[in-house]
Design a binder for this molecule. Structure first.
Ligand code: PMP
Length: 387
């Protein structure tokens, strides 16, 4: 029952990455591991485009990235502004509250992106220690305008935290150019490594803010005090211990980051844009709408199509799976049953796009939807032919 995995993480992984996962596990003090971890840290910094940033690669999921950013930058009584474009905005709000922050949300309807005026109004109304933005909220497929939002946050004195779990290595996230203080992602998405690693980069300003804390970090595992010497040691090609690194995942990460930088960030982002355009053209040609209200706020790492009238996910998604492609259901609580999600990131190819649209056509046909066979495929091929 081989099935192409086209959900917004985990994704299809490159065979060389999977081979690293399956290689005999070394000790975490082995010279080959020290070299791989050191190189993976350097490459993480390059990927996040933060020249003087401090990378952290930790065993855990994307939620650990969220937890680490919040735990280390927030002290009880601090204020936080969450630019909330979906489910993961709610989650980071809960994490901030857990560490004692007073949280304000700018929360437009599902599928919308808040206007810069709305965000500025909120920033003016209070003083915020941190502002968080979800680059691509995986529950809506909305792509946030990090460049302009981060500039606003900075102007009002907030440390800017970006959840890049569904964006880093697929969408351009330039921490240096855009003044982002902390960004993080998880291994299983566009980074292209099985689930289990959180990658985070802290800018020098974020590290200085952390060092100036008056209270201890509320999480023992996430505390940068514990991890900073470890990350610095491995990058200097020395070993250090706090918690046992996820050895095989780190080897696999280094392979994947090598491939990503070999492709080149610009080329990689362009490829994601092209793939996204083709998928979205296919979906539109079939007469389906999408959750993001306009094209300019739609992510390039995923697509969130709305079910056609009269067709439910309970019928469509299993029919698509039967045709060989696995897709994901809705996640945003307000519209959960109205849409589904296609992930298209990492090593995704033109062939994967055609397989996915073909399987969606098969599924729709099985559900009795009326359309001319090949409609989505030819719309996608047209995009590929144009660029
Ligand atoms: N943020 C975003 C934008 C995500 O898409 C996800 C995972 N879907 C997370 C955070 C949490 O990551 P994880 O599931 O790996 O904990």
């Amino acid at each position: 029952n081989r099935s192409l995995l086209m959900i917004p993480g985990p994704i299809e992984f490159d065979p060389a990455v999977l081979a690293a996962m399956g290689a005999p596990t070394t000790g975490h003090l082995a010279p080959s591991f020290i070299e791989a971890f050191g190189q993976a840290l350097e490459r993480t910094r390059t990927l996040f485009q933060c020249k003087d940033g401090q990378p952290f690669v930790l065993a855990g999921t994307g939620t650990l990235g969220m937890d680490t950013a919040c735990a280390n930058l927030v002290e009880p009584g601090d204020t936080a502004l969450v630019v909330n474009t979906g489910y993961f905005g709610d989650r980071i709000g809960s994490i901030l509250e857990r560490y004692g922050a007073q949280v304000t949300h700018v929360r437009p309807a599902a599928g919308a992106h808040p206007s810069l005026e709305e965000v500025e109004k909120a920033l003016k109304a209070g003083t915020y220690r941190v502002m968080t933005i979800t680059h691509v909220d995986t529950s809506t497929g909305v792509l946030a305008d990090i460049k302009n939002l981060a500039a606003l946050g900075r102007r009002y004195g907030a440390l800017v935290i970006v959840d890049g779990v569904c964006s880093v290595a697929g969408e351009n996230l330039n921490m240096d150019a855009w003044g982002v203080d902390v960004a993080f992602t998880a291994s299983q998405k566009a980074v292209g490594v099985p689930p289990g690693l959180a990658l985070l980069v802290a800018s020098p300003k974020a590290l200085a803010a952390f060092k100036a804390r008056k209270t201890p970090v509320g999480s023992y595992y996430a505390d940068w005090t514990n991890w900073l010497p470890v990350m610095q040691a491995y990058e200097a090609r020395k070993s250090a211990y706090f918690g046992t690194p996820a050895v095989n995942l780190v080897f696999a990460l280094n392979v994947s980051l090598g491939q990503i930088l070999q492709e080149g960030l610009e080329a990689r982002f362009s490829r994601h844009i092209r793939i996204s355009r083709a998928i979205k053209a296919g979906i539109s040609a079939l007469g389906m709408g999408q959750v993001p209200l306009t094209d300019d706020i739609a992510a390039h790492t995923m697509t969130a199509p709305r079910y056609p009238a009269g067709i439910s996910g309970a019928d469509l998604l299993p029919a698509v799976t039967k045709a060989g492609v696995t897709l994901a259901g809705g996640l945003h609580p307000d519209i959960k049953n109205e849409y589904f999600r296609i992930g298209h990131m990492g090593a995704v190819t033109q062939g994967d796009v055609l397989a996915t649209l073909g399987a969606i056509e098969s599924g729709l046909a099985a559900c009795g939807y009326s359309f001319a066979a090949g409609t989505a495929l030819s719309a996608a091929m047209k995009v590929f032919a144009e660029n």
